[in-house]
Design a protein around this ligand. Structure first.
Ligand SMILES: [Zn+2]
Length: 199
């Protein structure tokens, strides 16, 4: 019978969701055999070096809690899948090691993928070297082997495109683009570099 980690604990009228208590308190959940399927940064607008994801602390209260131990605030979230559990667990790197059996060094090395993405997003947001496009209708930025282009639309928003290092172009659909230019810049970055990194 498939287990459902979203279910509530037993206790009649006092039922509370299991998750905030930490799934580790649910003895029916498997203790091993999990695999990491995805990672993402829970605070993409923070500076990448604000925390290293390994420590609790008052400044981390805005971050989600590790769903396994229930007490570690995590910035870099690892989604774990288990064949006997229908939902994913979102945990920090310490609990990834416990549940997947991987050495901590392996988990930290993999986590660099999402950390690097956040660092790249930070430098992108601070890069003010946008210049007019050749047709003067928009602006462009060369950043880390990518060329980002933003052009105003007839409806007052911005449309974006990006040339990748292999010289192919990504042209996200126009309808979702914001009117605010600074927001549009980051929206373009996020369209080119998805926040959720599959493992
Ligand atoms: Zn944990």
């Amino acid at each position: 019978m498939p287990r459902d980690i979203q279910r509530t604990t037993t206790g009649g009228a006092q039922q509370r969701p299991l998750r905030p208590l930490g799934a580790v308190s649910d003895m029916s959940l498997p203790r091993m055999g999990w695999i990491c399927v995805c990672m993402y940064d829970a605070a993409p607008d923070r500076r990448p070096d604000d925390d290293d994801g390994w420590h609790d602390g008052p400044s981390d209260d805005a971050l989600p809690l590790c769903e396994w131990c229930g007490h570690q605030h995590i910035r870099y979230v690892h989604q774990l899948h288990h064949p006997d559990v229908p939902d994913v667990l979102e945990v920090g790197c310490v609990c990834v090691g416990r549940l997947t059996g991987e050495p901590v060094e392996t988990v930290k090395e993999r986590e660099k993928g999402v950390r690097n993405r956040s660092a790249r997003r930070e430098t992108f947001s601070q890069n003010n070297n946008w210049t007019p496009t050749a047709d003067k209708k928009g602006i462009r930025l060369r950043h880390m082997s990518h060329i980002y282009v933003l052009k105003p639309t007839r409806t007052g928003s911005w449309s974006g495109s990006c040339m990748l290092p292999d010289e192919t172009w990504i042209r996200p659909s126009e309808w979702s683009w914001p009117r605010d230019l600074e927001t549009a810049k980051l929206a373009l970055f996020d369209a080119v570099h998805p926040a959720r990194i599959a493992v």
